[in-house]
Design a protein around this ligand. Structure first.
Ligand code: NDP
Length: 286
């Protein structure tokens, strides 16, 4: 039976610009349906230069919380009164909670999502087993690096087009973090247990990432945060080399779980396959 909106419906959503292709409404509303929760999860597309005004207007909890996507993750952190350690480490928030008393709290569940994706799709991967390579030095890369460091990765190698940004991220992580330019990628990949694409290269017209994946050990796991398409060129190349792969949809679903719990006060139900629904939606777009 489909849900009805009532006077007591708990509203949450996702804010991005653009937001119309977000899969988060599909995922959260499927969980709400299955759990029979009086809630709704809706998209918001505030003007790109007006996120702060938009978020300030939600103080007081008329909307319980928001997931935040591009390009607002840094702005979301700066609008908050309080933030979690993982949001601070990523210098970006993918989750805002609007407390009834007016406070805005920023969190970042992308790192949880990343580790959940590895646990689901490459269960033998152990973050503690060896060096992990992260391609990119933006918010997603910073969040991944912080989560992997917290999970015990002994060494983190940041590879980025702009070396100075990689150096900054590696410096902020502290010891056992190293920075490389794209030209130095081959050296970074040597002995890596996992390689994670956290750049936006490859996303629609974002350019192609030339990374010598063949120089990774054959046991290395290759992950792409991009999930449009689900099997990116980067992952196709990894598979052709016989490497195990993890896709970005696993991360999206993984970051949505703790978000749902923060909005609606309970864990999402297990009896609905939101990944299958999302794959269906991605295929319908092709
Ligand atoms: P940012 O814009 O903060 O960072 C983008 C990064 O990509 C920078 O390091 C940039 O390098 C690099 N980059 C962009 N274009 C190219 C290119 N043509 N060649 C090489 N490097 C390039 O983005 P985010 O960190 O927020 O997000 C990164 C990606 O992760 C996005 O595709 C996003 O959709 C995805 N993501 C997926 C999630 C999921 O749940 N699956 C969650 C969060 C993010 P430079 O510094 O040189 O500009």
């Amino acid at each position: 039976m489909s849900r009805r909106i009532t006077g007591a419906t708990i509203v949450a959503g996702v804010a991005g610009q653009p937001v119309r292709h977000s899969l988060s409404p599909l995922i959260h509303n499927a969980w709400l349906d299955a759990a029979g929760i009086d809630g709704a999860y809706v998209p918001f597309a505030p003007p790109a230069d007006a996120f702060q005004k938009f978020a300030e207007g939600l103080r007081g909890g008329a909307v319980r919380g928001l997931n935040i996507t591009l390009p607002f993750k840094e702005a979301a952190l700066s609008v908050a009164d309080r933030s979690t350690g993982r949001a601070d480490a990523a210098e970006a928030a993918n989750l805002l909670i609007f407390e009834p008393e007016g406070e805005i709290i920023a969190d970042n569940t992308d790192g949880v999502g990343l580790l959940a994706a590895f646990a689901a799709q490459a269960p033998a991967f152990q973050p503690t087993a060896g060096p992990v390579v992260i391609l990119g030095a933006g918010g997603a890369a910073r969040g991944a690096a912080a989560a992997l460091k917290a999970a015990g990765a002994p060494q983190i190698r940041i590879v980025n087009r702009t070396l100075a940004k990689a150096e900054f991220v590696a410096g902020a992580l502290g010891t056992a973090a190293f920075a490389y330019s794209l030209d130095q990628a081959r050296r970074a990949l040597e002995g890596a247990t996992a390689v994670i694409n956290a750049t936006s290269a490859g996303i629609s017209n974002g350019g192609r990432l030339e990374i010598p994946l063949w120089s990774t050990p054959k046991e290395a796991v290759v992950m792409d945060m991009i999930y449009t398409p689900l099997l990116t060129e980067f992952l196709q190349e990894a598979r052709a080399l016989g490497r195990q792969t993890v896709d970005g949809l696993g991360m999206l679903v993984g970051q949505a779980r703790p978000s749902f719990e923060a909005f609606y006060g309970r864990a999402p139900p297990d009896d609905v396959d939101v990944r299958a629904l999302a794959v269906e939606a991605l295929e319908a777009r092709r």
